[in-house]
Every structure is written in structure tokens, then in C-alpha cells.
Design a protein around this ligand. Structure first.
Ligand code: COA
Length: 326
């Protein structure tokens, strides 16, 4: 059986820390409110001049090193991001140039917080089809550049970072067992970034109306997220004929601790089987899952043959999951 197997992981976060107490000085909020409602204590933010590709490059470099290959071995680069350095070229192409990955085709996947799992799904399909052999999948974001630092309902949530994995064709039982991706564009206005695209190109007016920042109806998004994630996790278990107790580790997208706890409860899973990074990184969108994966690989929580469940929900709306035999 041909599988796409993850052979290396890497991650990167900016050095600059923004704590809840820092935010108390910027908007009307409190450390207690943010901790209670989200589980976030602090987040990392890029510094002036630092870009998403800087984070993506560092994460990719580490993943390639961990995989024991060189960038020249890559034949595809897929990047999940909603905050590329530029609308064109893609972050994938910027990264390809920086890595000197001359053999690799490169492109971005635009699925917000589900971007990494959408990218993983593409990589899995391309490897199974025989089209590609060795693929770099990245989730990288600088959400702080698109955060309205005067809007307390969103600015406490987001952070910056990047994670990367190398997947390779593997004839055997280990690897990605299945991926599941879904969308509901009719609910797109629950979580959106209205300015900067073809419908509202940047003008003084769009800037004055703060249209270049992320907007979210948090409470409504929360409810849809829990329902959609429950469904996609069940779909994944059913598809693989796996029971919740078979799962060794849950690596969820880190949007809200309460959503993560709801998923763990639904799976009857104790929280020590869940990888949590939200307290220190906040919601890093497409980067959160590969960052958490890398952490769990490096601290030994993920071992050979571990059964790992990944799930994510984000703007679009989009949601996704994957089951991996490590
Ligand atoms: N500090 C203090 N008070 C705040 C606040 C802040 N940072 N942000 C909002 N509030 C206030 C609201 O104004 C509201 O006040 P009101 O009752 O006087 O109107 C109150 O807190 C409750 O707001 P609400 O939005 O209902 O809170 P919530 O419990 O839903 O928590 C989120 C808000 C954003 C943390 C939560 O809804 C969430 O995480 N949503 C889903 C995020 C997600 O999954 N996104 C998709 C993936 S990216």
C-alpha cells in the first residue's frame, strides 16, 4: 500500500512576545477574560521588517533537516496561508526561491485556519497518484499584520508563526491514512477580511473603514465550529473503522481552548492526550497544527506507530481532519 509518510517536522515563532497584560494597555480587556474565554496567555508577533516567508523559511529548513533530505529533493511545495508576503508571487514561490528548491513546483492554498490540512490533503493525493514523491507542506502566518489592534473582540486571539512537514512516498502501513476537507461558503461573512481583494482594492476609504483587518462574529463561529468539527472527526473515525480510544494523540487547530476541550470530551479523551500550544501562541491559523505537531514530535509525545488525529476549522468557512499512523 502506498502512503504519504511524514519524515520530518519543523516550526518557527517570532521572538517578540505580546502578553495579555500588554493587551490590557491597548484595549479594554483583562488577562482573566482572555484566559477564561480562550485559554490564551500570550502570543508571538513579527517585528518590523520580519515577514511570513522568514517564519516559513525557518520552519521549512528545520523540517528538511529533520527529514534528512535536501531542498533539492523536493518536487512540490504547498503552503497554507492567508497572510503571504505578497498577493503575487505566492508564498510557495518565495519559499522555493529561498530554499533553492529548484525541482519543486510551488503554490499556496487559501483555506484560512484549515489551510495546512487542505495542503496535507493535496500532498497526500499527489503522492498516492504517483505524481509527486517528496513534498514540503507548510502553514505560515503573520496574522498580526491583519489584526485590528483597536478591536478587542479579535485582537486578543491571533498570533504569528510557521510549521512545516516533509511528506514522502512510502510503501508500507505508516503514513496519512485519510484526509477529509469541507467548506460552506454561504457562511463566509462570519469570519472574513473584506478589504484588499478585487471587490475592495485598497483606497484611502477602505483603510479609513478598517477593511483590511480580520472581522469575526466569534460567538456564531464558535457554534458552527464545534458542530462541524464533531462531524468531521466522526467521519474520519468511521472511514478508518477506528474507535476514539484507539487515538494516541489529538493535534487540534488552536483557536479556542473551549473548542478543543469540547472535542476531547466528545472523543472521551483526557486532556493529556491533546497537544496544546494555544496558551503561548494564540491562534496562528494555518500554522497552528504543524507547530503543535513539531512540538509533540520533538518532545517525544509522537512516536513510531502513534495514531494521530488532526482537525481544523477556519474562515471560508472551511474545516478538515486527517488521521495519521506515524
Ligand atoms: N475582553 C473583554 N470583553 C470582551 C472581549 C475582550 N477581549 N471581547 C469581547 N468581549 C465582550 C463582548 O463585547 C461581550 O460583551 P457584551 O455581553 O456586553 O456584549 C462579551 O464579552 C461576550 O462576548 P462573546 O463574543 O459572546 O464571547 P464568547 O464567549 O463567544 O468569546 C471568542 C469570544 C471570540 C473568544 C469566542 O467566540 C471564539 O473563540 N469563537 C470562535 C473562534 C473560532 O473558532 N474561530 C474559527 C477558527 S479561526
Amino acid at each position: 500500500m502506498i502512503h504519504a509518510r511524514i519524515i520530518g517536522t519543523g516550526s518557527s515563532a517570532p521572538k517578540k512576545v505580546l502578553t495579555n497584560h500588554d493587551l490590557e494597555r491597548m484595549v479594554e480587556t483583562s488577562d482573566a477574560w482572555i484566559m477564561e474565554r480562550t485559554g490564551i496567555k500570550e502570543r508571538r508577533v513579527v517585528e518590523r521588517g520580519q515577514t511570513t516567508s522568514d517564519l516559513a523559511y525557518e520552519a521549512a529548513h528545520r523540517a528538511i533537516k529533520a527529514a534528512g533530505i535536501t531542498a533539492q529533493d523536493l518536487d512540490l511545495i504547498v503552503v497554507g496561508t492567508l497572510t503571504p508576503d505578497t498577493a503575487m508571487p505566492s508564498l510557495g514561490c518565495v519559499l522555493q526561491a529561498r530554499l533553492h528548491a529548484k525541482k519543486a513546483a510551488a503554490f499556496d492554498v487559501y483555506a484560512a485556519c484549515s489551510g495546512f490540512l487542505y495542503g496535507l490533503s493535496i500532498a497526500d493525493a499527489f503522492i498516492r497518484s504517483g505524481m509527486h514523491e517528496t513534498i514540503l507542506v507548510v502553514g505560515a502566518e503573520s496574522l498580526s499584520r491583519f489584526t485590528d489592534w483597536e478591536d478587542r473582540t479579535t485582537c486578543v486571539l491571533f498570533g504569528d508563526g510557521a510549521g512545516a512537514i516533509v511528506v514522502q512516498r512510502h510503501a508500507g502501513k505508516r503514513g496519512i491514512l485519510s484526509t477529509h476537507i469541507h467548506s460552506d461558503g454561504s457562511l463566509g461573512d462570519l469570519l472574513h477580511l473584506p478589504g484588499g481583494g478585487a471587490s475592495h482594492p485598497p483606497t484611502h476609504d477602505t483603510v479609513a473603514k478598517r477593511m483590511h483587518f480580520i472581522k469575526m462574529k466569534g460567538n456564531e463561529t464558535f457554534k458552527v465550529a464545534v458542530r462541524a468539527l464533531e462531524d468531521v472527526v466522526q467521519e474520519t473515525l468511521d472511514h478508518n473503522k477506528v474507535k476514539p480510544e484507539d487515538i494516541d494523540l489529538l493535534v487540534p487547530h488552536q483557536a479556542n481552548l473551549r473548542i478543543i476541550q469540547a472535542m476531547a470530551k466528545r472523543l472521551n479523551m483526557s486532556m493529556d492526550k491533546v497537544v496544546l500550544t494555544i496558551h503561548k501562541y494564540g491562534n496562528t491559523s494555518a500554522a497552528s497544527i504543524p507547530m503543535a505537531l513539531d512540538e509533540a514530535v520533538r518532545d517525544g509525545r509522537i512516536r513510531e506507530n502513534s495514531l494521530i488525529l488532526l482537525e481544523a476549522f477556519g474562515g471560508g468557512l472551511t474545516w478538515a481532519s486527517a488521521l495519521i499512523r506515524w
